[in-house]
Design a protein. Structure first.
Length: 109
């Protein structure tokens, strides 16, 4: 057996569920596109017929899943560099990042 094997009790890292974007404006743009496609496809059914509902799944692609995934990604994007997840003994907490990340570099220009 390799010594690199992870123990069975290891807690998954936050990176496994990352829905964040590279920037808040980019993430908001994805939200506008996603909500626009879903709302637009439903609103246009009386005009264009039920076939327009085929556009709605494209909104889910813009969300990278569902609207809840987009909301989680927004929180991750906003908090990136400001908060970090720390797990010990099976208990995970959020704490302020210790002097690293983009949030600190913006204040020292």
């Amino acid at each position: 057996m390799k010594s690199e094997d992870a123990p069975a009790t290891e807690v998954p890292t936050a990176a496994e569920r990352n829905f964040a974007s590279k920037s808040v404006p980019r993430h908001l743009a994805r939200g506008v596109i996603g909500f626009g496609l879903i709302i637009g496809s439903i609103a246009l059914v009386p005009i264009a017929g039920p076939a327009i509902l085929l556009v709605a799944p494209l909104g889910l692609i813009a969300f990278r899943g569902c609207p809840t995934c987009w909301m989680v990604g927004l929180a991750q994007t906003v908090s990136r560099g400001r908060l970090e997840r720390k797990c010990a003994a099976g208990v995970c907490t959020l704490a302020k990042a210790e002097g690293r990340g983009r949030a600190d570099s913006r204040h020292h220009r």
